[in-house]
Design a protein around this ligand. Structure first.
Ligand code: FDA
Length: 594
């Protein structure tokens, strides 16, 4: 007999584990989250928080979303991505980033009820963890996962209680490995991975210093400093990242992964800070230093029986594009409703297999993108003439040539402009953040073809109600005139059906089918004199189905199925579709619905 019983045991309380715990508790699922340390994130690693993640927080409750906005640096402080010789020194160029270019801003505003922002992990993790604990998650700190064994009925996990030094066994129906980039859960389950760990070395130097005079006039989260010769044998580029405007900072500085790990003492850290800021009189307060490795590895399968991996456990990559914590939280949004449906006997276990079908391609995509983004600094270095020599004096002289008159310098300036602008694939890749379209057994397309992307799918989000895509956002209004996003009508752990006045028959059919199958299915008939009205006509333009059609949406706001018009037998259609998605026996489901 195990010491502790729960339905879902979560290893790790990072963004992945804490969000999974918060969602499961919100859906009424017994769960327990453990962390081998006594603290939550003690460094502000993740910060860029994209709109899709904010939608997950909004779905957890407006109070969760509001608290994120209260502690974040707002989007308009993120916008100038600066390349310079030092913060005090010459500027090489800038690009508008993170939805701050007016055209990009419009796309952001049209795409979501939420705003991208900069929320350091030291704020995000406690917010998610607090939400989980206040809704019923049993959390244990200083509890280290050691190993597990699974059988037909469940998983028995052995942990070390680091307070008492005793081993504790926990019996759960499912186990979530949210234990980060060195996941022992993934290792012990021998889950398949592609790629390589440790392709580069980096160090974080966190410090406090008021740098307002260098940055407040060009607000940004990232300042890229190019200093030939500042590191041995490399380009010499460091990153000064804002943690809090404008007095708390994190410097990311590379080291040679093939050499010994550097000893980063206070004197070394202070020198790096002064050099990158360009102010030798600066007295920074160094608050922490640490090293980490750049990885390029993703799981090709994220499930083994009753065990699932998520977050960095499944996708290990550099911080470029700011995707790690975001994707971890979005993994949770995908699996939490599926576990809830299975544990409440609303779905067959086959539904759980769709987690890996849907999220493993995302893992591959973001790991590939993040590593590609590192490579895409290359054209900037080339344009600056930094790749032609390893002699710092020659490199600096090549850089300086951009200030000359004449054709060569003009061409150099054009090349620099173009290379910097190309970094939109890292700093303004809205499509990467929002375009996830799932193809799996938890989606029914009825053979409808996937719409082709009209613009670059990495840069631009393209809304569609094609089954598998996230429901497009449009503002709708209630009888009191209050506005609600389409995304506010759906989610919250349940399926939702959206239809128009000519599709009322879907609404009555949905109620019958939901009752027969024992699942929660909310219905909104959108139109004049109804509870929700589409005054702008934006939903009518976005829905891609007729007014008599319908869009069935999953608890994670992805479209499950759609009908272009009212069918001959809405009840039979909804039964067929829900039975398929929930992996229920179709015949039994049909009989139940009759
Ligand atoms: P994470 O590593 O955060 O958490 C793992 C958890 O498991 C911890 O609670 C740990 O204690 C626990 N654990 C591990 N082993 C255990 C064991 N044996 N027993 C019990 N507990 C165990 N991302 C992003 O979205 N936007 C961004 O802007 C950035 N920026 C950024 C900058 C820098 C410098 C870095 C290094 C990283 C980023 N990231 C990022 C990435 C982001 O930090 C990362 O993707 C997330 O922390 C991953 O969250 P997880 O919960 O998966 O793992």
């Amino acid at each position: 007999m195990a010491d502790i019983q729960t339905d879902v045991l979560i290893i790790g309380t990072g963004p992945a584990g804490s969000s999974a715990a918060a969602l499961l508790s919100t859906y009424g699922v017994e769960n327990m989250a453990i962390n081998r340390y006594r603290w939550l994130a003690n460094t502000p690693r993740a910060h860029i928080t994209n709109q899709r993640t904010m939608e997950v927080l909004r779905d957890l409750g407006r109070e969760v979303e509001d608290e994120a906005y209260m502690f974040c640096s707002h989007q308009d402080l993120m916008g100038e991505n600066v390349f310079c010789e030092s913060l005090a020194g010459e500027e090489i160029g800038r690009m508008k980033s993170w939805g701050n270019h007016p055209l990009s801003k419009a796309e952001h505003q049209l795409s979501s009820p939420t705003m991208m922002n900069d929320l350091p992990q030291t704020f995000m993790e406690p917010l998610l963890f607090k939400t989980a604990c206040s809704r019923g998650t049993q959390a244990r700190m200083s509890m280290e996962y050691l190993r597990h064994e699974q059988d037909a009925e469940g998983v028995t996990t052995t942990c070390l209680d680091r307070l008492t030094g005793k081993e504790v066994t926990i019996r759960s129906k499912y186990l979530l490995g949210a234990d980060g980039g060195n996941s022992r859960v993934a290792e012990l389950e021998k889950l398949p991975f592609e790629g390589q760990m440790g392709v580069g070395g980096s160090m974080n130097i966190i410090f406090k210093a008021d740098l307002s005079k260098y940055v407040a006039h060009r607000p940004s989260v990232l300042y890229w400093v190019v200093q030939p010769g500042a590191d041995v044998g490399g380009i010499g580029m460091g990153l000064v990242r804002m943690i809090r405007p404008w007095n708390e900072w994190l410097i990311v500085w590379g080291y040679d992964i093939n050499g010994p790990e550097p000893v980063v003492d206070n004197a070394f850290a202070t020198k790096v800070v002064r050099d990158l800021v360009g102010d030798q009189s600066l007295e920074p307060e160094i608050t922490s230093v640490s090293t980490w490795t750049v990885n390029n590895m993703y799981a090709t399968h994220m499930q083994s029986g009753r065990v699932f991996i998520m977050g960095d456990a499944a996708h290990r990559h550099p911080p470029s594009n700011g995707l790690g914590s975001n994707t971890s939280i979005q993994d949770s949004f995908n699996i939490a409703w599926k576990l809830a449906a299975v544990l409440k006997s609303e779905a067959g276990e086959g539904l759980l297999e769709t987690y890996s079908q849907e999220r493993a391609p995302v893992a591959k995509q973001i790991v590939t993108r993040a590593n590609q983004s590192i490579g895409e600094f290359g054209p900037i270095f080339e344009a600056l003439g930094l790749t032609e020599s390893t002699d710092p004096e020659v490199m600096q002289a090549n850089m300086d040539k951009r200030c000359d008159a004449g054709g060569d310098a003009e061409r150099q300036r054009a090349a620099i402009r173009e290379a910097i602008a190309f970094k939109k694939y890292e700093f303004d890749a809205h499509g990467v953040e929002m375009n996830q379209r799932y193809k799996s057994g938890a989606v029914v397309t009825d053979g409808q073809m996937e719409p082709a992307y009209e613009l670059d799918a990495e840069l631009h989000y393209q809304p569609t109600t094609w089954p598998g895509a996230r429901l497009p956002h449009a503002w709708l209004f209630d009888r009191n005139g209050a506005r609600h996003s389409t995304l506010d009508l759906v989610g919250k752990g349940r399926f939702t059906l959206l239809t128009g006045l000519s599709g009322e028959a879907w609404a009555s059919a949905a109620q019958k089918v939901a009752k027969a199958l024992g699942v929660e299915l909310a219905v909104h008939v959108i139109g004049p004199r109804r509870d929700i009205v589409d005054h702008h006509g934006d939903w009518a333009r976005a829905r891609e189905v007729g007014e008599g059609g319908c869009v069935l949406v999953r608890p994670d706001q992805h479209v499950a199925w759609r009908a272009e018009e009212l069918s001959d037998n809405p009840e039979a259609d909804l039964t067929r579709v829900l039975a398929a998605i929930l992996h229920r026996d179709a015949t039994a489901a049909r009989q139940a619905a009759q």
